[in-house]
Design a protein around this ligand. Structure first.
Ligand code: ATP
Ligand code: MG
Length: 406
């Protein structure tokens, strides 16, 4: 990508109504554009970050044998009425609209009802199970407060995985596999060290569910952890019974703020029962399917990474999610020529600042945009057949032979 040819521009100031740091930095650095509170557009760089996050999630889920689908965002009220969740009293974040030919539909805030309903067409026998499907999909929620940048959108991107089983034991088995996959995913995304599996309320069907909480000063949630952080729980389950279950004492727990980047839930028959998702077992008996659901807030993860690593100069992307690895600057005629060559030799890896502006401005933009390595090539570095590489996260600079740069 050449900065001289893209329409995006870095901004000295963020929109006045963008108070969250992740939103302000991402807008200023040209990754996203703000439409209104809680609604953002993803520009070329932002989209590449999203695609990198999706790729990592997709790779780990595919290893578990999950199949990717894409369901509709427009929702027929019918299945939701069967579970009572089309009601605004039950679910207070619906966006609903009239259909011109009559009737109402909703914009999907999640997909338990439609996926359960859809799979009635495909699951009939125990031979069809287990089965697990996921999607990356835009969700719509009329959130009361949308002041946290892309951490809380009214329109946002979620990965939602649903699993279907013949028995509770098989659901437990798969749930355990997802726990391992999630640990791997958050590690690969660069936030594994600060992301904890957290005990949360399981509703009436299960004692506990688990949230994945990334400790973060601007996080909207409060979680509680013990000394070695081997036990983390949220405020829904901070009670005597849970403390006893988990073998921790209230006075040993410390509170901190965190952002929920994902959660996993044993739904059991919560949706399959009212929607009638059944299968026949080996004895030809009709049984209700057991289900689990497993979410990750893809756009929220991007915001969490932005918040987590940013410094006073701008964004700092871990290499695995960065839109490009190198931010390239050529100085002087010779430097520009060598930079052109470097750009051609590293397809898909380089953001080339080939604009006709002062190097100082380019350096400031490189810091704001936060790619892992700034590469500066000039007559001086070429005298050593090298480029000057500055690592964004440490600010450390060194000369590296051009032939050694992969
Ligand atoms: P929260 O408590 O933060 O509102 P939730 O419990 O409503 O989250 P889920 O319905 O379980 O969230 O959705 C799965 C994941 O989607 C969450 O773990 C979170 O990462 C993400 N998510 C939920 N709501 C939003 C939102 N408004 N904007 C961005 N991401 C969201
Ligand atoms: Mg919510």
């Amino acid at each position: 990508m050449r900065l001289s040819q893209t329409f995006i521009k870095t901004l000295r100031e963020a929109p006045k109504d963008e108070t969250a740091r992740n939103g302000a930095l991402l807008v200023r650095a040209g990754y996203i554009h703000k439409e209104m509170a809680g609604v953002y557009d993803y520009l070329p760089l932002g989209l590449r970050v999203i695609e990198n996050i999706k790729r990592i999630i997709r790779e780990e889920l595919n290893k578990l044998g999950c199949e990717e689908i894409s369901m509709s965002a427009l929702q027929n009220p019918e299945p939701w009425e069967k579970t009572g969740r089309f009601s605004d009293q039950e679910v207070d974040i619906w966006f609903k609209t009239e259909v011109s030919s009559g009737g109402e539909l909703g914009l999907a805030p999640t997909h338990e009802e439609p996926i359960t309903n859809m799979l009635k067409a495909y699951i009939t026998s125990y031979k069809d199970l287990p089965l697990q499907v996921y999607q990356f999909q835009t969700k719509f929620r009329n959130e009361l407060r949308a002041k946290s940048g892309i951490l809380r959108g009214r329109e946002f991107l979620m990965k939602d995985l649903y699993s279907f089983h013949t028995s509770e034991e098989d659901l437990d088995r798969f749930y355990g596999e997802v726990e391992k996959a999630y640990a791997k995913i958050f590690d690969r995304l660069g936030i594994g060290g600060d992301t904890y599996e957290t005990f949360a309320s399981g509703g009436i069907f299960s004692k506990y569910s688990h949230e994945y909480q990334t400790f973060l000063p601007v996080g909207e949630d409060t979680v509680y952890y013990n000394g070695d952080k081997s036990v983390v729980l949220n405020d829904e389950v901070l009670n005597d019974e849970t403390l006893e279950d988990l073998g921790v004492k209230r006075e040993d727990l410390v509170a901190t703020t965190a952002a929920e980047v994902g959660n996993i839930f044993k739904l059991k028959t919560k949706y399959s029962e009212p929607l009638g998702l059944k299968f026949t077992d080996q004895n030809n008996e009709l049984k209700t399917v057991y289900m689990g659901c497993y979410g990750i807030g893809v756009s929220r993860v991007m915001g969490v990474i932005a918040e987590k690593f940013a410094d006073d100069k701008g964004l700092v992307w871990p290499e695995a999610v960065a839109p490009y690895k190198y931010h390239l600057v050529g100085i002087g005629e010779e430097g520009m020529e060598a930079a052109e060559k470097f750009y051609a030799e590293h397809p898909g890896e380089v953001l080339f600042d080939d604009r006709d502006i002062r190097p100082g401005e380019k350096f400031a933009d490189a810091e704001l945009m936060g790619l892992p390595y700034r590469v500066v090539i000039s007559a001086k570095t070429l005298a050593e057949e090298s480029a000057e590489i500055t690592e964004r996260i440490t600010g450390k600079t060194k000369l590296v032979k051009l032939s050694d740069l992969k």
